[in-house]
Design a protein around this ligand. Structure first.
Ligand code: NAI
Ligand code: 15L
Length: 277
């Protein structure tokens, strides 16, 4: 059965805003947390992930956590360490402690927003020439300090499962925006509606232990093996192909002359977008 009360960290961000719109239809009551005020939500918890007491209070009584908070682009190593590495460990500590204080000892399940940038240095698969899609078991090859922090987050999730029985689904999200905006995104786009479907599946599937899943729509040009996502009950409904004509006319096809097209991480390889704060 689906968890009812969900802590949404990173609620003020782009994906947090989309999920605030889309997740309530699955029956969730959302508790919101962000280091920034959440527009239109006066009861949101404004706290840093590095505030253990606020975090402990935030997870008290929830059935699940959708962990979106963190630096979502490239930054200095020190800033990434604070928000993404220390911050995520503190979240897991709060979740573990919450489980320890319950009669049945069960901690709330975490859905961790990992990223394709944990495997960004993997060459893009030539699926157009019949090459296979990339499995979840592909060695991680982070393309940035940001990608390294997501790789760490997946290891942290595995450790909290092995050591403490805290369950996690780590979703290696592609590009979850309202529309794909470049040719690479035709392969890695996850529509917001499919994002909500996948997060809901990840929160409600039985016995996930630590599961890693790719987060994309049912794109014609998909690069990733979605079978572990489908095994959770995810049935993607969207396909970026409806935008192909427009995007190809504007940008042309993927080309190895373009360094941003050689690897799955796209421009994070050669010209990563920088976190503004
Ligand atoms: P975003 O940058 O719009 O939102 C992140 C939110 O986290 C911000 O509101 C920020 O204030 C908050 N935050 C940052 N550091 C914090 C801290 N120390 N304590 C509390 N809150 C903190 O990013 P977006 O696009 O919404 O992504 C959400 C999550 O999903 C991020 O973890 C990102 O890395 C991951 N992701 C997103 C993808 C996408 O396509 N949108 C793709 C792959 C991963
Ligand atoms: C990410 O991990 C970022 O958080 C998001 O802003 C996009 O850049 C996305 O990857 C992407 O690869 O398109």
């Amino acid at each position: 059965s689906a968890p009812r009360t969900l802590l949404l960290t990173g609620a003020a961000g782009g994906l947090g805003t989309l999920m605030r719109e889309l997740l309530p239809q699955y029956g969730y009551t959302l508790r919101l947390l962000d280091v920034r005020p959440v527009e239109g939500a006066r009861d949101a918890i404004v706290a840093d992930l590095n505030d253990p007491e606020a975090l402990r209070e935030a997870v008290r009584g929830v059935d699940g956590v959708l962990h979106l908070a963190g630096i979502s682009l490239e930054s200095t190593f020190d800033k990434i360490v604070e928000s993404n590495i220390k911050g995520t460990q503190r979240l897991y500590e709060a979740v573990r402690a919450e489980g320890g204080s319950r009669a049945d000892g069960t901690a709330p399940r975490v859905v961790f927003a990992s990223s394709n940038h944990a495997i960004g240095y993997t060459p893009r698969p030539r699926t157009e020439d019949g090459a296979p899609v990339v499995p979840v078991s592909t060695p991680r090859r982070p393309d940035t300090f940001y990608g390294l922090s997501k790789s760490f987050g997946e290891d942290l999730a595995q450790f909290y499962w092995d050591q403490y029985g805290v369950e996690t689904v780590s979703v290696r999200i592609g590009s979850c925006f309202r529309e794909p905006t470049d040719v690479r995104m035709m392969s890695v786009w996850m529509s917001p509606a499919d994002g909500a479907r996948l997060f809901h599946a990840a929160l409600s599937a039985p016995d996930v232990g630590h599961t890693v899943a790719y987060g994309s729509s049912a794109n014609t040009r998909v690069w990733w093996d979605l079978s572990s996502a489908r095994a959770l009950g995810y049935e993607p409904q969207d396909d970026s192909e409806v935008y192909a004509e427009k995007l190809l006319a504007e940008f042309g096809p993927l080309s190895d002359d373009n360094p941003a097209h050689r690897y799955m991480g796209g421009r994070f390889i050669n010209d990563p977008p920088i976190w503004p704060y």
